[in-house]
Design a protein. Structure first.
Length: 331
């Protein structure tokens, strides 16, 4: 494992006990879309690591030439028990959901969709987009809020600058900046950090937080451990400080953090539940409500989980076939 040498011009925002027990998660390539699938690089969930705090899903993509790949084309599909964060660096995406929200996702702007008990949405890159580049993040909602109503939140964080770095905190608090966004999942952090060439910054860490650092561009290190492009570094609870270091070309990173969720979840396709049977029921309701499968007379009079959608949109995605074994919980 390679390490960075200490930087003589390091900017220190906090002092304390750094975590040197850093775990590296390599990305795996996943096709997203149809015949001309856009490739995304997934680091969460990973074998042996399901969470960073409540963060449970991380896709990194681009810069992607839309003329070659066709861009992002994800028709209507469901979510339960989670929230999605779309954060772009280049390009734009049209978001539409069954809560009645339509928005253009643009670089440097938080678009948070809280699914709660259920929602459907579509994500399609805009016609003028020629290159698409960003991350898609999910966090699991705790038992106390996972059956609440869905919601869509848009927020544009200001840049916070210092010697050798700039940061945009879209969720939580860091770098002296605080996001006003209410996540319904307490104690989360999400931020984009851009570092100059060979810059290093040490910031205070919450001892009860787990942290993750995605090297989005360039080369970076977390507490001396090198984090390759598209890889995710994980630091467990117990540290008072985090040191982020850039390589000779500078770096852009995504910093995530949070208190461990402390709950077992069952995550399959786009559903998060607490048991195999619960996820099976979410799938059944989705298939019936969208007309893929016959409705169950027992559903008569129940509120729809996945809402209505405007006409004239691409056909929704059917749910995949469930595996022949019981879904195993993650923790």
């Amino acid at each position: 494992m390679t390490t960075f040498e200490p930087h003589p011009q390091e900017v220190v925002l906090g002092e304390g006990m750094p975590c040197t027990d850093v775990e590296l998660l390599a990305p795996r390539e996943v096709p997203l879309g149809g015949p001309r699938a856009m490739t995304v690089y997934r680091t969460l969930p990973a074998k042996g690591r399901s969470f960073v705090g409540a963060w449970c899903f991380l896709d990194h993509y681009g810069p992607d030439d839309v003329t070659d790949s066709g861009g992002m084309h994800v028709p209507r599909h469901p979510h339960t028990g989670l929230a999605t964060v779309s954060w772009l660096f280049t390009g734009s995406i049209d978001h539409l959901d069954s809560g009645g929200n339509a928005a253009e996702v643009r670089p440097g702007e938080l678009n948070l969709m809280i699914a709660g008990r259920g929602i459907t949405h579509s994500e399609i890159s805009t016609p003028e987009t020629t290159a698409l580049h960003g991350v898609q993040l999910w966090y699991a909602m705790p038992e106390s809020t996972r059956f609440t109503d869905n919601e869509f939140i848009h927020y544009v964080p200001d840049a916070v600058t210092g010697p050798g770095y700039s940061a945009r905190v879209f969720i939580g608090e860091a770098f002296g900046s605080s996001s006003p966004v209410i996540t319904r999942t307490p104690d989360l952090l999400g931020a984009e950090v851009i570092l100059d060439a060979d810059a290093a910054i040490t910031l205070p860490a919450r001892r009860d937080f787990e942290y993750g650092l995605l090297t989005e561009t360039g080369l970076a290190a977390l507490n001396g451990t090198e984090v390759a492009h598209r890889s995710l570094a994980y630091a467990p609870t117990g540290a008072d400080t985090l040191t982020i270091t850039a390589g000779p070309a500078g770096a852009r990173v995504i910093l995530l953090g949070g208190v461990p969720l402390g709950e077992r979840i069952v995550m399959w396709w786009n559903f998060i539940g607490r048991s195999h049977d619960e996820v099976v029921e979410f799938r059944r309701r989705y298939q019936a409500e969208l007309g893929f499968d016959p409705e169950d007379p027992a559903d008569a009079g129940k509120p729809r989980l996945f809402g209505d959608f405007p006409e004239g949109q691409p056909a929704p995605l059917p749910a995949p076939v469930l595996p022949n074994v019981r879904l195993r919980p993650r923790e």
